[in-house]
Ligand binder design. Structure first.
Ligand code: FAE
Length: 545
């Protein structure tokens, strides 16, 4: 139960929060300029610096932490391994084209690694220059984990779907959290500050760019399933203007996983911009945190490696921080903590650290439509509808109707299914290589395939259609070797206390998706954001003088 030993300051009042959301939604140029100033060369951390609060990572957990700490009057330094993504490339755009990807697309790869790596069974990945690009496909032995890299983390590359978890399921996965407080206070707070909006149903019915979604929806209904609109942090008013050819196209220009040049309320436009507006935020990009250890006399020594744009280490720095907030994402935070525990740098960490990782039951699948049922060559890259079969006790599924925005008619209906997969994995330190591995095995995705096939076998049978087996490999129906939703590894109330504090290490906190035990039943960023709002409110009110 969150308590308020002292009244919230005017700066963190609800009205202030709503204002921050509104300012964010307005995409204020001045907010962008303030964030650019917060991440200017003069703001970058130097060797030997001593800061009150250091946040590792700038995704949802990190951005919430940065905003609430700075609003509470605490000078806050965010360290992010990716780039700031605020400078146009030679083509005049910050982010590259999804259909013709260049070095900006992927994190330190010489070849793209698209989630759908084949078309007609032919590999479609392309050579690119090695660069600190925006999307990472981090390969573990049994799974590829897609993550955003840059100021704003996953918000730069994700599909913007802002989905509230079902309350009963939230209570099941996080029983130690007061669900009343979450649904009354923290989810609404998160949604407001993220700038969540809803598609106009009448416009949706008429827009050419959602023909693909209407077709999949209608086939789902005709097969006995219900669907729901998906709230988004992509500005649907901007999208309507794209459809009307009145503005530059982004969602309608096939932009999503390599970044959106327009229209998306990513964290650099919302939480991080609002944090910069306090004047108390500094941002250090292209620096990886490689170690955290207690400092003599209190606080922590944090080791940073500065990266060049080809991933080369150009400098190593150590800084001291009175408090450290780990928000490097489920994989980033878990890997760091598991390595620190194994090497004795954070000896107080408990045995639960590194455990409880899951892929949110992700599995992808595509169906081949009848030739007389085109999906349209113009497709919004932002999904707007999901098939909701979560109530099926034999195999809960929430499947987003995903675009296939190739610019051509493909007669493909694509889906990302979120299922209730009971399997979990753990992060393991490899003393030989110094790397941290993940024990997930591809076979662990079978429950997800089983649940999703209950839905899509039925739709195929009722609509007399078949699966595509040429997109995830050769004769391979299921995209079961990848996830966009890594969750867990440092689970709330197991590896941390009930607010993300790491026992045995005062002033060291976990704030991101690693707190959630492997599954949320929906796309996770709203849950991650709201949980961070809850935890940081408690930490500010009780731990910070
Ligand atoms: P995250 O946003 O990943 O932020 C962590 C940050 O820490 C990153 O910027 C890292 O570069 C940085 N970092 C990591 N290690 C270090 C280090 N050692 N030192 C310094 N910096 C570090 O974490 N979710 C939805 O709810 N809706 C969607 O539509 C959706 N679509 C997605 C589509 C794609 C292609 C992907 C990849 C993800 C999608 N997600 C979606 C998932 C969502 O983006 C993800 O759950 C959140 O971004 C996770 O938030 P965190 O704060 O945990």
């Amino acid at each position: 139960m969150p308590s308020h030993p002292r009244p919230p300051s005017p700066e963190i009042s609800r009205r202030g929060l709503l204002r921050a959301g509104a300012a964010a939604a307005a995409f204020g140029a001045s907010a962008g300029a303030l964030l650019a100033r917060a991440s200017a060369a003069s703001a970058v951390l130097s060797d030997g610096d001593h800061v009150p609060a250091l946040v590792v990572g700038s995704g949802y957990g990190g951005a919430v932490t940065a905003l609430r700490l700075t609003q509470a009057g605490i000078a806050t330094s965010v360290v992010e391994m990716g780039m700031a993504w605020n400078t146009p490339g030679p083509d005049g755009n910050v982010f590259c084209d999804m259909i013709k990807p260049d070095q900006r697309s992927f994190w330190l790869r010489t070849r793209t690694d698209q989630p759908l790596g084949y078309f007609l069974g032919i590999p479609v990945n392309k050579p690119i220059g090695r660069y600190t690009g925006v999307l990472d496909s981090e390969a573990f032995s049994g799974i590829r984990v897609y993550q955003g890299r840059g100021l704003g983390g996953g918000s730069l590359v994700n599909g913007a779907m802002a989905v509230l978890p079902k309350r009963e399921y939230f209570e099941e996965i996080l029983p130690s959290v007061d669900a009343d407080a979450m649904y009354r206070t923290y989810f609404p707070r998160a949604m407001a500050a993220l700038g969540v909006n809803n598609v106009d149903p009448a416009w949706f019915e008429s827009a050419a760019c959602y023909r693909y979604a209407r077709l999949s929806r209608d086939e789902a209904h005709a097969s006995g399933y219900r669907t729901t609109f998906i709230p988004s942090v992509y500005d649907f008013a901007y999208m309507a203007q794209e459809q009307a050819n009145a503005v530059a196209r982004s969602a309608l220009g096939s932009e999503v996983i390599y970044g959106n040049n327009h229209g998306k309320r990513s964290l650099d436009k919302t939480y991080l911009a609002a944090a910069a507006a306090t004047g108390r935020l500094t941002v250090t990009t292209q620096h990886v945190v490689t170690a955290v250890a207690p400092a003599n006399g209190g606080g922590y020594v944090v080791t940073l490696t500065q990266l060049g744009t080809t991933g080369d280490a150009v400098n190593t720095k150590t800084v001291r921080a009175d408090r450290v907030f780990l928000a490097a994402g489920s994989v980033g935070t878990s890997k760091l903590l598991v390595a620190m525990k194994a090497t004795g740098k954070l000896p107080g960490l408990g045995d639960a650290v590194g455990h409880g990782w899951g892929n949110n039951g992700n599995v992808m699948v595509a169906r081949a439509n009848h030739v007389w049922q085109p999906t349209g060559s113009l497709q919004s890259a932002m999904p707007a509808v999901g098939i909701d079969n979560w109530a099926d006790p034999a195999g809960p599924v929430f499947a987003e109707i995903a675009p296939f925005p190739s610019g051509n008619e493909t007669w493909i209906s694509l889906y990302l299914a979120i299922t209730k997969n009971p399997h979990r994995a753990r992060f393991v330190y490899n003393a030989g290589t110094g790397a941290v591995d993940l024990t997930w095995r591809t076979e662990q995705n079978q429950p997800s395939i089983d649940a999703a096939s209950r839905v899509f076998d039925t739709i195929n049978r009722r609509q007399a259609t078949i699966y595509r087996s040429d997109l995830f490999g050769v004769c391979k129906v299921w995209g079961d070797d990848l996830t966009y939703h890594p969750l867990g590894g440092c689970v709330l109330d197991q590896a941390t206390d009930n607010y993300g504090r790491l026992p045995g290490h005062p002033g060291l906190y976990v704030m991101d998706g690693s707190l959630i035990p492997g599954s949320t039943g929906v796309n996770p960023f709203v849950t991650i954001t709201a949980l961070a709002e809850r935890n940081i409110e408690k930490i500010i009110s009780t731990d910070l003088p």
